[in-house]
Every structure is written in structure tokens, then in C-alpha cells.
Ligand binder design. Structure first.
Ligand SMILES: CC(C)=CCC/C(C)=C/CC/C(C)=C/COP(=O)(O)OP(=O)(O)O
Length: 331
């Protein structure tokens, strides 16, 4: 009984926050919305180091930040989310560190399979993207189980890039495409039907046609499960892509807030989307639209947030005067 009473203010606050988010999201939706957001979750170890926390704590807090981000994305109806969870280069870290990161990943992947997990709650299908052969056996089995367990979910797609780099993805796609073409030739060779069906003069001939084309390669990219990302968010202020989605990011907005991944929050996502909307015409090569709509969106969000903060402050402290005085500092 006591427990329920103690939880009431928290529940009330949570309800208020989700109402506030719903309002802001509906205002944001006036503008063009991203279909696919990708995250480079940079700065987990630095977060722990800056706070003298144990090794690995940064990644645990980082996972909490990730679940919040996913929730906001799904509330916003962003259908595709991709995360850079572990790069092939990360295997070069100290073996104990790699092992403890893998243990954490496995624990979290197992968590995704649970009925009440964030992905099952929102009907999200999970894909593990990358050279999964490089993962240790138990993590690989968990990843495969999670893909199978969520295969019936169809509302959204979460791509978890593990043992991934873009160069590896591109090499893999080219190798697969060449192998596929070689197999086609072999079958035609054996049948004696000639190469007319695939429009080529056979292996080794130079008739001006490529052996493989763009479509073949794209067909074998790991990331073919999602459209190209509209926004890539990389924390810790870094503006490099670090071998992440290089093939897919030619028209993506890169947003790099100067915070470490565990510190990422709702407002960073809102800012990234506003930035995407501001640059939409440039990114998508569409004719420029009037900025009035965006201005209205900004004003509506800012006005609403200010009024709400003012009311909250009044409820908690009796007077809103200090709030109004400290407003310029907060903004
Ligand atoms: C379900 C699932 C797979 C969850 C992933 C959880 C999670 C937060 C992974 C982060 C992994 C990672 C190597 C981040 C980069 O930070 P860093 O370690 O490079 O930190 P630094 O930038 O401070 O060095």
C-alpha cells in the first residue's frame, strides 16, 4: 500500500512527461519527419572515467540512454532505427574489455527477447547487422535467437550493427555479387545454353557490360533491411562517421551534440529533427519551402514548454518569479 502511494508522484510526472512529449511530437510532425535515424553511441567509457565509475558502468548507463532514445523514436513513429553497437575495430581493445562488453551485449540481447521488452512492446523486428561470424558463439546464438523471436514484429525495425564496418559490408556485398554471377555462369556453362539470357559474353570477355552492377551489390548489403538513414546522431561532438553506413549516408544529416552518449536525452532528439527539417530541401534535393511552417513549429514548442515549466515551477515552489528570472540562463 505504502509502495503504491510513494509511486504516485512518479507516475504523475511520467504521465505529464509523456503528454508533453506527445504534444511536442505532434507539433514536430507538421514538418517532414525522418523515417530512419541511426546512432553512433560515442563516449560511454569517457562518461564512466569522468565520474570515477567502474569499468563497464558507462556502457550500462549507455544502454539505459539507448532504451529511452528507442522509446522516443517509436513514439514519434520513426520506423527504422539503427545503432552502431560494436565495430570490427573494437575487437582491437583489451581482451578483458572486449569480453566484458560482449557479456553486457549478450545480457541485453537476451533482454530483448522477453515479452515485455522495448522491442516487443512496440512491435519492433530486430536485425543484427555485420560479420556475425566474428562474434563469440554465445553472443551469436543470442543474436540469432533475438532475430527469430522478433521476426513476427512488423511495426518498426531495429538494426543492431555488431562486428560491423562499412568497408567490411561493401567487400562482403561485392564478393557475394561476384560469387552469385560466377554461379550463374557455371550453370549456363553446364547447360550449354550460352550467355544470352544474362546479356553477357561470358567470363573473361570484354563486351562493355559490367559483370556486376549497383543493384547486385545493393542487394547483398547487410543494411538492405532499411532505407538510407535520414539522420545520423553521433554523440561526443565527433563529426567522423568511423566506418559506419558510409554507403548509405550520402544524403543523411549528421548531428553531433557535444555530450557523451549516456547523457543523450529527449531534447537532443528534438533538436536533431528540427535541424533535419531545416535542411530538408538541401538534403533531399527538393525545392525550398517557406520557413514559416518551421518557425511556427519552433514557436509552438518553445511556448508550450515555457508555460509548462512555469506552471511546474509554481506548483513546486509557490512562486514563478525565480523561474522567470532564471529563464535566460536555462535557455
Ligand atoms: C542490445 C545492445 C547490443 C546494446 C548495446 C549497448 C551499448 C550502449 C553499446 C555501446 C557500445 C560501444 C562500443 C560504444 C562506444 O563507446 P566507447 O566504449 O567507445 O566509449 P568511448 O567513446 O568513451 O571510448
Amino acid at each position: 500500500m505504502e509502495k503504491r502511494k510513494g509511486n504516485q508522484p512518479t507516475q504523475l510526472l511520467e504521465g505529464l512527461c509523456s503528454f508533453l512529449r506527445a504534444y511536442i511530437f505532434s507539433v514536430l510532425s507538421i514538418g517532414p519527419m525522418p523515417r530512419h535515424i541511426a546512432f553512433i553511441m560515442d563516449g560511454n567509457r569517457r562518461y564512466a572515467k569522468n565520474r570515477n565509475l567502474e569499468d563497464g558502468t558507462g556502457h550500462r548507463v549507455g544502454y539505459l540512454a539507448l532504451t529511452n532514445m528507442l522509446r522516443y523514436c517509436y513514439e514519434l513513429n520513426v520506423k527504422y532505427v539503427t545503432i552502431y553497437a560494436f565495430s570490427i575495430d573494437n575487437f582491437k581493445r583489451r581482451p578483458e574489455e572486449v569480453q566484458s562488453t560482449m557479456n553486457l551485449m549478450q545480457e541485453k540481447i537476451e533482454g530483448l527477447i522477453q515479452k515485455d521488452s522495448i522491442v516487443n512492446k512496440h512491435g519492433v523486428r530486430v536485425y543484427f547487422i555485420g560479420n556475425l561470424k566474428l562474434l563469440n558463439n554465445s553472443v551469436k546464438i543470442s543474436a540469432e535467437r533475438a532475430m527469430k523471436a522478433t521476426a513476427h514484429n512488423s511495426k518498426a525495425v531495429l538494426s543492431i550493427c555488431m562486428a560491423y564496418t562499412s568497408t567490411d559490408e561493401i567487400m562482403h556485398a561485392i564478393e557475394k555479387s561476384c560469387k552469385e554471377k560466377q554461379d550463374e555462369f557455371r550453370i549456363l556453362d553446364m547447360s550449354g545454353a550460352g550467355y544470352g539470357l544474362i546479356g553477357l559474353g561470358g567470363i573473361g570477355t570484354d563486351n562493355g557490360k559490367s559483370l556486376i552492377n549497383l543493384k547486385d551489390v545493393e542487394e547483398h548489403m547487410y543494411m538492405k533491411v532499411a532505407p538510407d538513414p535520414d539522420i545520423i546522431i553521433r554523440t561526443s561532438g565527433e563529426t567522423r562517421l568511423s566506418n559506419f553506413l558510409l554507403w548509405q549516408s550520402s544524403s543523411s544529416l549528421l548531428y553531433s551534440p557535444r555530450i557523451l552518449w549516456p547523457e543523450i536525452g529527449f531534447w537532443h532528439l528534438v533538436r536533431a529533427i528540427l535541424e533535419f527539417q531545416r535542411n530538408f530541401a538541401y538534403l533531399k534535393k527538393k525545392p525550398k519551402q517557406s520557413l514559416v511552417g518551421l518557425l511556427v513549429v519552433n514557436l509552438l514548442i518553445s511556448g508550450f514548454v515555457l508555460v509548462l515549466c512555469f506552471l511546474l515551477y509554481r506548483c513546486m515552489h509557490g512562486s514563478g518569479l525565480i523561474f522567470l528570472v532564471s529563464l535566460p540562463l536555462m535557455w
